[in-house]
Write a protein that binds this ligand. Sequence first.
Ligand SMILES: N[C@@H](Cc1ccccc1)C(=O)O
Length: 497
Amino acid sequence: MHPDLTERILQHLETVDKVDTLELATLFSVDHQKVVGALKSIQAHGDLVIAETATQKNLELTDEGQSVVEKGSHEAIVYSLVPPEGIAQAALMVAGGPNAKVGFSKAMSQGWILLDKSVNPPLVRRKVDQIVDNVKEQLVLVASGKSQLTAKDVADYKKRKLLQETTVKSFILSKGPEFATTLTKLETDLTMDMLTSGLWEQLKFKSYNFDALGAAPTRGHLHPLLKVRTEFRQIFLEMGFSEMPTNNYVESSFWNFDALFQPQQHPARDAHDTFFIIHPAQSHKFPQEYLQRVKAVHSKGGYGSLGYGYDWKLSDAQKNLLRTHTTAVSARMLFKLANQEGGFKPAKYFSIDKVFRNETLDATHLAEFHQVEGVIADVGLTLGDLIGTLYEFFRKLGITQLEFKPAYNPYTEPSMEIFCYHPGLAKWIEVGNSGLFRPELLRPMGLPENVNVIAWGLSLERPTMIKYGINNIRDLVGPRVDLKMVEDGPICRLDHI
Ligand SMILES: N[C@@H](Cc1ccccc1)C(=O)O
């Protein structure tokens, strides 16, 4: 608010009996709201002024009315589009755009144009050589505040949505019993000094506003990872996926590696990369026939594959570990899908949960993190389906530029790393891994020959870090989490970063 607006109002009021706040706004060339604000603060100081409410009706152009002022009325535009030789009505409608229909009927009733039915198709022709665009002229006058419209004109223009009536509330001010041209400062606090010296009797106190909203107290907040997880879950659900049960952190090597055709000598199965469990060190319950088929495909091959040709050991498959990827969850689910009652049915699944790797900790790696994984099983799926699905999935995250790079996974062929262009960071970043599950994985499970499975996985931490502008993963979990970030972090889409 203008600092001395209150005093300017009071000084003006000293010279007159009554003044309207709208008049003051024009006089001081300030917004009417500001004058009303200043009035409120004058009123807070006591009965300096008497304010009576007044309402005034104003005529204003609508957006459509404004366009008539700028470009002419709809009927004049239609008239101007009719060439001397005439034009087919349909072509006129196309040329005139959305307002051509009203323009046409108004121009007809004004007697400016006619429809010549003596030719086939009928042609719209000019009926007069010249027109005066009264509507435009009258609205121009309204815009300049000089309108002299009759009540009927006003009603007509309102009906045509060219004019609207607005009511403006204002106050008529006159001097009150405590009128003064300056404001005395209002005290907000009653101090001990004021009481003992008796000063309080001469001071004016600001009254309490019991309706003011207090500051919201802080309370529980969702962690950024949970918020981003909610967002991913929502996207999967929108795309028709169902969530897989993911509650087993402890998994056997069988489901984490062997079922996925990952050979027992694979370096990832080394204790350097995997946390093995000591108690209990082994799992014992496996679907026996399936286990035999997995053993066979590793050691001898099958389903058109040569296998790896090594001596597959049950004892290695039995070793318990903290699952290293959520693909172990997908393996269990696909086995269930292949062996469910009534046989295989196409399905779309997702999971978002914690996985563990024996990593050297650094700015981008922790020993535990989350994976987001999507899996689709259906007849005749191709790499094209995978690419299309990935585009749709990432589009829903606000990412539209993707690139794919050939990659290798023991369980997928072909495999693709997924890169996306991040406009905020102005670079391509790797966001995930994907592929078509190998027959050596699907057929031993009992999935029919013509069924293919496409899948992709990404970490939950990486998009969360990008979204919240964090470059050290240790700032995302544990004691280094900035509580301000947790409180303020909005649930918003990645494109709002
Ligand atoms: N399991 C892979 C991701 C992935 C999932 C599904 C298919 C292909 C790859 C990983 O840990 O990175």
